[in-house]
Design a protein around this ligand. Structure first.
Ligand SMILES: [Fe+2]
Ligand SMILES: [Fe+2]
Length: 189
C-alpha cells in the first residue's frame, strides 16, 4: 500500500526533519556553552552534531540530492558546499577545543550557516522533492538510508540506531505493485 498512500516519502522526509531538529537542539546547547566559556562542552556538542549529521548527510547527498540535481544543479551544489564547510569547522573540535583563537568566531558562523542551511532545505529541496520525485526514486533514497543504518549498526554504539526503527515498517515495500498503470487506476478510483 505504501506506493499509493505516499507514506514512503513522508517517512523519509520526516526522518530528515527530525535529524534537523536534533541538530538544532544541539546547536542551542553549543551556543550557550560557548557564551559561558565552557569550551570542552562546546567541543563535545560539535562532535554530537557531526554524529547526528553523518547519516543525514549521506541520505541527502547520495539519495535526495542525487535525485534532484538535474533539476536544481546550482541549489544542490550550494547545499553540498554548506555541508563541507559545516563539517570542516565543527570537525576541528574532534580532539577537544582547538587552540586556534579564530575558531570560536568561525564556529559561530558555521552554526549560523547550519541554521540557514536547514531552513533552505526545509523551504526548498524537501517540498520540491515531495512534488517532483516518483515512488521508485523514494525507494532509492530509502535504500541509501537502510544501507547506511546497516553499516552504522555494525560500527557504532546502539544508542544512535534507535531513530531508524520507527520506520522499519516502510522497508518492506511490495515492489510487485509499483507499475504506473495500477497506480493510475488507483488514482482514478
Ligand atoms: Fe543538508
Ligand atoms: Fe539536512
Amino acid at each position: 500500500m505504501c506506493e499509493y498512500c505516499g507514506c514512503q516519502q513522508i517517512a523519509t522526509i520526516a526522518e530528515l526533519y527530525r535529524e534537523h531538529d536534533d541538530a538544532a537542539a544541539q546547536v542551542g546547547l553549543v551556543r550557550s556553552a560557548l557564551a559561558g566559556g565552557r569550551l570542552d562542552e562546546v567541543a563535545a556538542g560539535c562532535r554530537q552534531i557531526l554524529v547526528i549529521l553523518a547519516p543525514h548527510t549521506v541520505v541527502e547527498e547520495e539519495g535526495l540530492f542525487s535525485e534532484m540535481a538535474d533539476e536544481f544543479p546550482d541549489h544542490i551544489e550550494a547545499l553540498r558546499s554548506d555541508h563541507r564547510e559545516i563539517e570542516k569547522v565543527l570537525g576541528e573540535a574532534a580532539d577537544g577545543p582547538p587552540d586556534d583563537p579564530t575558531w570560536p568566531d568561525r564556529l559561530l558562523k558555521a552554526l549560523y550557516l547550519l541554521g540557514q542551511h536547514i531552513l533552505k532545505e526545509q523551504d526548498g529541496v524537501f517540498p520540491a522533492a515531495l512534488i517532483a520525485l516518483d515512488p521508485v526514486q523514494w525507494e532509492r533514497i530509502e535504500a541509501v538510508r537502510a544501507q547506511n543504518a546497516a553499516y552504522d549498526a555494525g560500527t557504532s554504539d546502539p544508542g544512535h540506531g534507535h531513530a531508524h526503527h520507527e520506520y522499519a515498517d516502510h522497508e518492506h515495500i511490495d515492489t510487485d505493485h509499483t507499475d504506473t498503470s495500477s497506480t493510475d487506476e488507483r488514482d482514478r478510483g
